[in-house]
Design a protein around this ligand. Structure first.
Ligand SMILES: [Zn+2]
Length: 335
């Protein structure tokens, strides 16, 4: 067993920022429907898939971030410069961010040759996201930096999944911050109201902790219900599967804390109830379990990295990789 539970204490954000009164801008209205019918999608052939090097049964990095800090004191903190450099690396290597909800739904609509990456942020820390009084992401925050990198790299979508507790991002009820994130295409996920170690409490308390956070998110963003959950400390409840399905909730994905790339959602190996993540880290103790190491590994010839064929209706993969999940056989293209 690799260091799945190599954990430091992770606490919900303590810092509180005064919420400012300016409302978030309304999102742009959806574009008018196209008047001319779309051209028929040219059919992808095995030759095309081979030329692209498509492997949609390959592995996907789900990166885990907690806080940004100018002076990191633990492996859960990165400097803003290191964070920006990691995003620049991802963009240069043709990664395209998707959310965890996209991943669990198998909704990976990427250009041919691109690789999905999932950016996840736990604990709702203000260094990850706050809004300026004018209603924009704070420059220097993780989400602010994500927008800056995306502006430099067309195609690098500024999306991420943020797993929150009570007082997300220092916002007392989350209404201002979570609404903004939802309106701008970010996923808001459940991380329990009080960051409960679900292994240490009763089945009733597990379900209370999960339902209470879902309720906070639903009040903050009317009409929205979180569909994925990140386990505090990466620990499952003692009752099998209770984090994913319980009284009053059902999640399409449950995230662990460690310690490697996630299988493709089209692969037989994909377990939505235990999706592994990779801690963002380049050097220092345990860097072998960190993102710099894993991104090198995934980019190597034996990295078995997910590479898109560009056609969201087809799952392409080398014939040698015979691990397609039984639920996806109709769309498959082996070469
Ligand atoms: Zn946490």
């Amino acid at each position: 067993m690799r260091a799945l539970l190599r954990l430091g204490a992770v606490f919900p954000a303590l810092a509180g920022l005064a919420a400012c009164g300016a409302p978030a801008p309304d999102p742009a209205p959806p574009p008018a429907p196209a008047v001319k019918p779309a051209a028929a999608h040219p059919r992808l052939t095995a030759d095309d898939a081979r030329k692209i090097g498509a492997d949609e049964l390959g592995r996907i990095p789900v990166l885990m971030y907690h806080r940004l800090s100018a002076n990191p004191k633990s492996v859960y903190e990165r400097t803003p410069a290191d964070f920006a450099a990691e995003l620049e690396r991802l963009a240069a290597e043709h990664y395209v961010p998707v959310t965890v909800a996209d991943l669990t739904a198998g909704r990976l609509d990427l250009p041919a040759g691109a690789h999905p990456v999932v950016l996840t942020f736990d604990d709702g820390d203000p260094s990850v996201f706050t809004l300026t009084p004018q209603g924009h992401p704070m420059p220097g925050s993780a989400i602010g930096i994500l927008f800056e990198v995306a502006a430099r790299h067309p195609g690098f979508r500024p999306v991420a999944s943020l797993y929150v507790n009570q007082r997300p991002f220092g916002d007392p009820d989350g209404a201002r911050t979570l609404s903004w994130l939802h309106q701008h295409g970010f996923e808001i996920g459940n991380h329990t109201l009080e960051h409960t170690n679900l292994r240490t409490v009763s089945a009733a308390a597990v379900q209370d902790a999960i339902r209470a956070e879902a309720s906070l998110i639903q009040k903050a963003v009317p009409g929205y219900t979180p569909t994925t959950l990140a386990l505090p400390y990466g620990t499952h409840p003692r009752q099998d599967g209770l984090a994913q399905h319980g009284d009053g909730y059902s999640y399409t994905g449950v995230l662990l804390v460690g310690a490697g790339p996630a299988p493709s959602p089209y692969s037989r190996r994909f377990d939505p109830g235990s999706i592994p993540r990779i801690r963002s880290q380049s050097t220092g103790k345990d860097a072998d379990y960190g993102s710099a190491h894993w991104l090198d590994e995934l980019a190597s010839p034996s990295g078995h990295r997910y590479t898109s064929d560009g056609d969201p209706t087809v799952v392409s993969y080398p014939r040698s990789d015979a691990a397609l999940a039984p639920s996806y056989p109709k769309m498959s293209l082996a070469y």
